[in-house]
Design a protein around this ligand. Structure first.
Ligand SMILES: Cc1cc2nc3c(=O)[nH]c(=O)nc-3n(C[C@H](O)[C@H](O)[C@H](O)COP(=O)(O)O)c2cc1C
Ligand SMILES: [Mn+2]
Length: 524
């Protein structure tokens, strides 16, 4: 079920009729993006599914012999194929089964647990000593522009590597993190490193800063001050201490690894382990040549290098998944010291822009997989829906089983304190009898059920770096809508009307006649 590498995944897409090859010459500057955008918004196949096929461009202008893969995750079906399931709920179910473990009561219980423990062993990454990603090793005379990196939108600041698995190490715990953070190519050997300040790699960077500052300055207060300034995200500050942080970037990994890089996992859970869980087979890792990090052995391309602790540079603008450009800001700079790759590497990438786009399907998969995990801390949650047009941080609709007054507001606050769900600008809470996947039903019930002044809860806190409307970058207000039925114990003393539902006797009477009637009325 696991794909060994990107190539096996491409073959699987091909066999499933989910891949189209493009042999016409296309320009990596804007043209591939325009084609992909149209494909992402088209319907294809027998079921007329949204998202079009995955595309393999084989004739890229200026890059003879190279191939660009895009839209590999760009439909509900391909997202399932990527994770080897018929429905994403299967993964949620596997997680649930895992969490369901209770302390064994006796010998038999212990025996029953053995298969699960054996299965756990399958998830841990394995170190290997030879790897396809080392077929070509270049410590000098390389250029990032040897790869067909795209410019996506007209006002983008340049070319961006958009689907990178960025590997860093926590200096305190030694744990690795893999996150997807876009990289603006500045020149042959350097890029921007757009880890937003609330993300795990940004914390690794600050941790390095803290210890560098602690070592070179007399007081801890000064270190804290430097921290505050560098995480405020505006000016390059010459008080920043010198030092380096190793970074490795894997491009073109198997789909489970690529997907694991976007999963908003708790900081201490290594994405390599998550990928192992998703693909039910360990990820094989190989040591980098010039930095103390490990990357997936099967990667198409690996970039090794470092980020200086005392260097920030303007990054962006970049046409983002909000449908707007994210504007310039200051971010660290990634300096590449070594490039390793397969012979004839395939360059895997994506574009973001107005939804629906490829990343929307990845986000939907996160929504399904995280539901059982959310229920660990917010057990009253029945279902959630993050509509694609809500671009994930703008809108979450959540249904709950309400058992006590004020519970909808408790749920909002719990969501705002749950990892990256903290960014959710608008949370709509409905009762369990409302199907959150049906936006018509949500509109009907939520809006009927609210007295806006009473039922809207505002809060202040961190907001997504991409939110261009917030009063300050990264800080602003959020809104929760309590659209549950109001109770007497919540101060609602008027009668609450029942929902209109026909009685079953009448329904049965009409059911018996319906076929004939429908035919007569010309209804199917
Ligand atoms: C295509 C794509 C591009 C992304 N680009 C960025 C980015 O440039 N910066 C960022 O902070 N997050 C970006 N994200 C979101 C992160 O990958 C996501 O928040 C992830 O959970 C971060 O990993 P971490 O929790 O280990 O930091 C992107 C996601 C996708 C799907
Ligand atoms: Mn992480």
């Amino acid at each position: 079920m696991a794909y060994e590498d990107l190539r096996e995944w491409i073959s699987a897409l091909d066999r499933a009729g989910e891949l189209k090859r493009c042999r016409a010459e296309v320009d990596p500057i804007l043209e591939i993006a325009e084609i992909t955008d149209r494909v992402s918004k088209s319907r294809s196949g027998k079921d007329g599914a949204l998202g079009g096929p995955a595309l393999l461009f084989q004739n890229v202008k200026g890059y003879p012999g190279s191939q660009v893969l895009i839209n590999q995750f760009g439909s509900a079906r391909r997202m399932q194929l990527a994770l080897g399931v018929k429905s994403l709920d299967e993964i949620a179910e596997r997680i649930r089964a895992f969490m369901d473990v209770k302390s064994p009561q006796g010998f038999l219980d212990k025996v029953k647990m053995l298969p699960m423990l054996a299965e756990m062993g399958k998830f841990f990454p394995k170190n290997v000593t030879t790897a396809p990603c080392k077929e070509v090793i270049k410590r000098d005379n390389f250029s990032l522009l040897d790869f067909p990196v795209l410019q996506c939108w007209p006002q983008d600041a340049g070319r961006f590597i958009t689907l990178p698995c960025v590997v860093t190490r926590d200096p305190r715990t030694g744990k690795r993190n893999v996150g997807m953070y876009r990289m603006q190519v500045y020149d042959a050997t350097s890029t921007g490193m757009h880890w937003q300040r609330q993300k795990v790699a940004a914390e690794h960077y600050r941790e390095r800063l803290r210890s560098a500052a602690g070592a070179s300055s007399s007081t801890q207060a000064e270190a804290v001050d430097i921290m505050a300034r560098t995480s405020g995200g505006s000016q390059l500050d010459h008080h920043m201490p010198a030092g380096k942080m190793d970074v490795a970037v894997a491009l073109g990994t198997d789909p489970a690894i690529t997907f694991s890089a976007i999963v908003p996992a708790p900081p201490d859970v290594e994405e390599y382990l998550i990928a192992g869980f998703l693909r039910q087979k360990p990820v094989e890792l190989i040591k980098c040549e010039t930095v103390d990090l490990e990357v997936p052995a099967s990667s198409e391309i690996v970039l090794e290098g470092y980020v200086n602790l005392d260097e920030l540079r303007t990054e962006g603008p970049f046409g983002d998944h909000t449908g707007f450009y994210s504007l310039e800001d200051q971010y660290p700079v990634f300096h590449v010291t070594c490039v390793t790759h397969r012979k004839d590497p395939i360059y895997a990438t994506t574009i973001v822009g107005k939804p629906p786009m490829e990343d929307g399907w990845m986000g939907k998969a996160v929504e399904r997989i995280f539901l059982p995990l959310m229920r660990l801390t917010i057990p009253e949650i029945v279902d959630i829906n993050l509509p694609i047009e809500g671009v994930f941080h703008n809108l979450m609709i959540v249904s709950i089983r309400k058992s006590y007054p004020g519970q909808a507001r408790k749920v909002m606050n719990a969501i705002w304190s749950l990892g990256q769900a903290m960014f959710t600008k608008c949370i709509i809470v409905v009762d369990e009898d409302c199907n959150v996947q049906d936006l018509g039903e949500v509109t009907l019930k939520a809006l009927n059920n609210i007295d806006p002044e009473r039922d809207i809860q505002f809060t202040l806190g961190p907001v997504d770096s991409l939110d261009h409307a917030a009063r300050l970058a990264n800080y602003g207000s959020k809104m929760g809508v309590d659209a549950t039925r109001k109770w007497q114990t919540e101060g609602f003393s008027r009668p609450w009307p029942g929902e209109i539902i026909m009685d079953s006797k009448t329904k049965a009477t009409v059911d018996a006649k319906w076929k004939a009637l429908a035919k007569e009325f010309g209804i199917d």
